[in-house]
Each structure stands twice: as structure tokens, then as C-alpha cells.
Design a protein around this ligand. Structure first.
Ligand SMILES: O=C(O)CCC(=O)C(=O)O
Length: 320
């Protein structure tokens, strides 16, 4: 496993941050946030996870019992409990996160209301993934320049690994899905967990990783007895379209919609869309057919596709 290249956000100009993102497909920014800001979200999520029986106590990340997994039942109880945590959604609007998204993509950016609380339960097997290899474009479909901000909400370690990145993979276009990989539906790529190209870090609270929707990434194994928690937050320009489903909470309709989820919050602005966003309905074709025709649109951020990128991988037309 290779180390991610760390960039000091305090000593790097916005132009250089953008150049590094375009070159490598990611930015690893240790200490972009005050660790206490991430810790207070971790605390709120711990309390929620304890209340639904996933943690042994609210003070620690020790799981209540071995073998915790999402099933239809646990998804319907555990996931709404964490999605109800207001501080998690507010983190997406942290001034440093918003400022970085704006300087990478352009002034007018917004955060997808749907935000992922990633819960990586212990697996006991070092050669599995917590999250299989994929490109986020496979679920986003309509705009290429969507940036994921991956924020650890627990420290990571060789036993409780976090995000892995394949540096430079964003230049290959949209890659063919391998239907042989596990998962509820085909989303994933055939990249072994011990592939020497993976790059990662022992993330600490306060770190942020930003990556492009075409960057291949995965989540490393969790062989500890503690939960690993992180946030996947997605930002794009307001003049590019978004799939309409991302206006709802992640996991909707199993996760309740905003009116129920936000009851009792101090503000609902954390999950509101700016006016005028072009919301594209989900394609009304079977998923397997969609996969055969899906192409990444031209990326303003990355510019022309690299010579040799297969024609099936990138649409050359400009996005609206
Ligand atoms: O945290 C992980 O396990 C993987 C994160 C991921 O897949 C994402 O941010 O899209």
C-alpha cells in the first residue's frame, strides 16, 4: 500500500490545490478541520448508535455484538437514527469545507442534500474491503465534476482502515463494472484488496480527502472490534444537473424524508437545495441497460480526456 500525498491546506494556494486535484484525482488535507469539530459529530453519532443497539456504550466505538451488518431490518432502524443527527449534516456546511469546494469548482457550488454516513463494521478479515472499489460516477450519472469530501469521524489505523485511492485513475474515464463483484447491484470494479497501487493514510479527526467522481476508491478492512465512521459529502456547481433522488436523504425511502428526519433541528438549511438546480429524474430503464449506455460527460475540471481513453468511457459533448 502506498501513502497518499499529503497537502498542507494552510500553505497551499487555491490554484495549486486545483492543479494537484486535476493531476492526481484527489487531495489529502490533514488537519483541514479542527479535530474537535469532527469529534463533536462523532459524539452525536455514537449516542445515536448506542440508542439503536449498535454500540456497547455511548462513550466508545466498541460494537455491541460481533457480526453487525446492515440487513433490511437494521437499515430501517440504524440508518435513520444516524441520518437524524443534525451536526452531521451541518458539518457539510463548515466554512472551511464550503470555501474549499468553491475554490476547486467555482464560486457557485452546493452540497447534495443526500449525505452518506459510512458505518464500517468489524469484518475480522484483513483481505476484504469495507467498501468495494468503485467510481462515484456509477451512482451519480449526470455530471462528471462532482467532488466527494471524505471526512473520517473516527481515527483510522492499520486495523481500522479508511479510504483508499487509486491515484491517477480519474484519467481513465468511466470504467466497466464487474458484475462478479458482490453488492446489492453491480457498481463495483475488479481491483484486488491487495493491489499494490492502492494509496491510503492513517487518518485522524480533522483530516479531509477530496476526490473526483471518476477517481477509483474503496474502503479498507476493519479488523478491530470498533466501528469506523466517516462522511461522504458531495459538491458540484449549481449550473450542472443532479439526479433528483439526491435531493432526498441518503437511503430514502427507507430513510424517512426531510420533514420527519429534521423534526427538532435548529435549522433545516443543511439539507436545502439552492433555487434553480436542474433535477434529472432517474432513468426509467432497467439498471443493466443503463450501465451499458452510461458515459461520463465532458469534465470542465479535468479538460479533454487523455489520449487512448476508450470512446465508450467519456462523452465529448460539454455538459449544460
Ligand atoms: O469510507 C469508505 O469505506 C468508502 C468511501 C466511499 O466509497 C465514498 O466516499 O464514496
Amino acid at each position: 500500500m502506498r501513502p497518499l500525498h499529503a497537502t498542507d491546506p494552510a500553505r497551499t494556494t487555491p490554484e495549486t490545490l486545483r492543479t494537484l486535484l486535476v493531476r492526481d484525482g484527489y487531495l489529502y488535507l490533514p488537519g483541514l478541520l479542527d479535530p474537535d469539530d469532527a469529534l463533536s459529530v462523532e459524539r452525536d453519532l455514537r449516542a445515536a448508535l448506542h440508542s439503536v443497539g449498535w454500540l456497547a456504550g455511548p462513550e466508545r466505538l466498541t460494537v455491541a455484538r460481533p457480526g453487525l451488518r446492515f440487513s433490511a431490518d437494521s437499515f430501517a432502524t440504524v440508518y435513520p437514527a444516524v441520518q437524524r443527527v443534525e451536526s452531521f449534516h451541518a458539518l457539510a456546511h463548515h466554512p472551511r469545507v464550503r470555501a474549499l469546494a468553491g475554490s476547486l469548482l467555482g464560486e457557485d457550488v452546493f452540497c447534495h442534500p443526500a449525505k452518506v454516513v459510512r458505518l464500517a463494521a468489524p469484518t475480522g478479515d484483513a483481505l476484504t474491503y469495507a467498501t468495494l472499489a468503485h467510481q462515484d460516477f456509477v451512482v451519480q450519472h449526470v455530471a462528471a465534476d462532482v467532488l466527494t469530501f471524505w471526512i473520517p469521524l473516527t481515527d483510522c489505523s492499520p486495523e481500522r482502515q479508511g479510504l483508499r485511492i487509486l491515484p491517477g485513475s480519474h484519467r481513465e474515464g468511466f470504467l466497466p463494472i464487474d458484475p462478479g463483484q458482490n453488492g446489492a447491484r453491480p457498481l463495483y470494479l475488479d481491483v484486488p484488496a491487495d493491489d499494490a497501487r492502492w494509496a491510503t493514510a492513517d487518518y485522524r479527526l480533522g483530516d479531509v480527502v477530496v476526490f473526483h467522481s471518476l477517481t477509483v476508491h474503496s474502503g479498507g478492512a476493519n479488523t478491530s472490534s470498533e466501528l469506523r465512521i466517516s462522511a461522504d459529502l458531495r459538491y458540484q456547481r449549481t449550473d450542472e444537473p443532479m439526479l433528483a433522488e439526491f435531493a432526498h436523504p441518503h437511503g430514502w425511502p427507507s430513510t424517512p424524508d426531510w420533514p420527519a428526519l429534521t423534526s427538532g433541528w435548529s435549522s433545516t438549511r443543511w439539507c436545502e437545495l439552492p433555487d434553480g438546480i436542474d433535477l434529472v429524474p432517474s432513468p426509467g430503464v432497467p439498471y443493466d441497460d443503463l450501465l451499458t449506455t452510461l458515459r461520463a460527460p465532458y469534465s470542465r475540471l479535468l479538460g479533454p480526456p487523455r489520449a487512448g481513453t476508450p470512446a465508450h468511457a467519456v462523452r465529448k459533448d460539454k455538459t449544460p
